[in-house]
Structure formats: structure tokens, C-alpha cells
Write a protein that binds this ligand. Sequence first.
Ligand code: SF4
Length: 383
Amino acid sequence: MTVQAMKFASEFRDPAAARVLLAAIAAKADRIGATREKPVHIMEICGGHTHSIFRYGLDKLIHEGVEFIHGPGCPVCVLPMARVDECVEIAETPGVIFTTFGDAMRVPGHRKSLMQARSGGADIRMVYSPLDALELARRNPGREVVFFGLGFETTTPSTALSIQAAAREGLTNFSVFCNHITVPEPIKALLDDPDMMLDGFIGPGHVSMVIGIHPYDFIPRDYGKPLVVAGFEPTDLLQSVLMVLTQIAEGRAAVENQYARVVPEHGNPVSLAAIADVYERRPSFEWRGLGEIDASGLRIRAQYAAFDAEEKFGIGYAASSRNVPEIEGCACGAVMTGKMKPMQCPQFGRGCTPEMPLGALMVSSEGACAAYWQYSGARAAAE
Ligand code: SF4
């Protein structure tokens, strides 16, 4: 990283600027009557934001009338158990090299995780990009190389580009097990939940780089709630909270872009074209802890069926056939919908730790429980 880049980042971590923003937030919260007993509930959707909030202690520094609700924006955390089981099934097929991002290795499945499958002899390799998997396929023509396509709109384009490249090259031993999901649909599902009491949203920065800010227009239009797309540094997040509170104080709701230095209003046209070419919507997709959500998952279009692991391995996705129960005692769904704080889960620090995760929120650093564990001092308390 260059000296200039460090300076750029440090400006967004400036304690003096953070204090000014915290004071402005406190004044605005007082003005709208937010208190510890009757807080404003602001959901940060993105797991990266959850991580930043805990890393910089923003949940403790901010006015007591502002409560962060940690949303379902960690793709590893919302991966349903049945899909992990299917990953293991593919990975244990003779002749397969199964490739995945590292943070998916320890997600618990019903039988086992990918990590446990690898210990049992399956050829499972961690990669940094689907292009690494593509290269493995080129070098191993006698093996089927499967890439575990996982993540929101941020990672969806790179998987699409790898499928397009495989098609151009005529590779016959590369396929993708597609579990890509989208952000706007679960927000709608949360807003439709009568038990959710949300006053506004911090919108995801990386996802919005791809899709722009307009896919969120339905939130102020149909539900009257503000959403501010935010960056990941502490002053980014504080400024975004202030922008949400300002909208509430002024009695208006809109989509605003705090992260305009990175997020284009209409997204990235090259990425959007690749997504449109390779994928289509599934009627619904299962989210761990949240259940089936309409049109929230992507599958590979028929024209690219030769690169679709679901086709190659005969694994269909039908909501009606999916009946894998969640692990007993796991409260991930309640945490993800803001109905419970991680430390209120009876398993936190007991049956569930980052070393031995019971629920998916403890696996990834972007999961709310892992972030609590790492930064809140809860680890010391539990020990
Ligand atoms: S502590 Fe573990 S089981 Fe409980 S909600 Fe968090 S991840 Fe799920």
C-alpha cells in the first residue's frame, strides 16, 4: 500500500472527525427523542459493516438511543445447511476437485463441514478467485473442477466471467455450484415481517458498487424507511447514521449515497452485463435462519448448463424437497433478524466458539457472533 493510500484511509479514521460526528448524532438522536428505552433501530445489512462496527467500537461510542441491528449480509452465514450437505456430496464424488473460498470451509452442514470432508480424503482446495479454479481445470483435464459460487452481487460477476471464459475455451471439466444470492429481496422480506421494528438501513457498499443505488428505491417508496449506502471506515459509518437520523428528523425517506467516492449511481455496467448473460432468478431460495425468500437466489442459465454443477451432478433445487432441520439450540435466525443479541444465545461461548462453531454466524469474521467474540471482550468474559 502506498503512503498516499494510507493517508487516504487514515482520514476516514480520524478520531477528531469521529468525535464531531458522534456529537452531531447525539444531538440529532435527542431531537427525535431516541433513548435507551426507545431507541432508533438501524440495520446494517452488510457483514463488512458489522465487522467495522465492532472493530472500531461504534456500538459502544454511539448515542444510547441508536441501536445497530445486524442484518443477514454475510453470505457464509446465510448459506443453508442443505446446500453445505450438497457441497460435501459433490466434493466426495471420485475424480472431483472441489474449490471454495476459505471462509466456507468450516460452515457446519448436517453431516459435516467441507473442512471435515477434506480431512476424510475429499480433494477440496481453497482458492482466492473462480479464475484460480478455472486454471486448475486447464491443468487437470482428467478431473472435474467444481467452483463453489457463493456470495452477493459483489462476487457474482467474477463467477459469471469465469463461466464465460470456460465457454469461450470449450472447457468440459469446469463447473460452478451456484449459490449466489441478492441483497434487495431479503430486505423486503425483513420489512414484511410484522415483528421487525426497523427505522432505517445502512446499505451495503461493495454490493452497491455493482448494482448502484436504485435497486433500493422500493424501501423509501413502499415502506417509508431511509437507506444510506455506506463505506467501511468508522467516519463513513458514523456519517451514514447521521444521514439516516437526519432523514427521520426531517420526516422524509430516501436512498442516499454516502459512499459516492466508490459507488456509482447506476452500478458497474460490465458486471451487470455479465450477470444478466449468465444467470436467471430462482423462484425462491432458502436462507439459513430466515427460510425461503422469493427471487433471492440466482441459477445458471440453460445456455451455460454445461458449466452448471447442479446439472452435472443431478442436484436440483426444489424448496418443497428441502427439509434439513437446523442444529438444535442454534439461535442464528433470531440474531440475524435483530431479535436477539449474540451474547443472549445460550450457545455463545459455550457450545459455539470460532474454533468450534455451532452456528454459521460464528464462522466468518463478518458474522455478528464472531465479531462480538473478537472485539467485545465477550471471549474473556466467557473464559
Ligand atoms: S452463538 Fe452460535 S449458535 Fe448462537 S446465534 Fe451465534 S452462531 Fe448461532
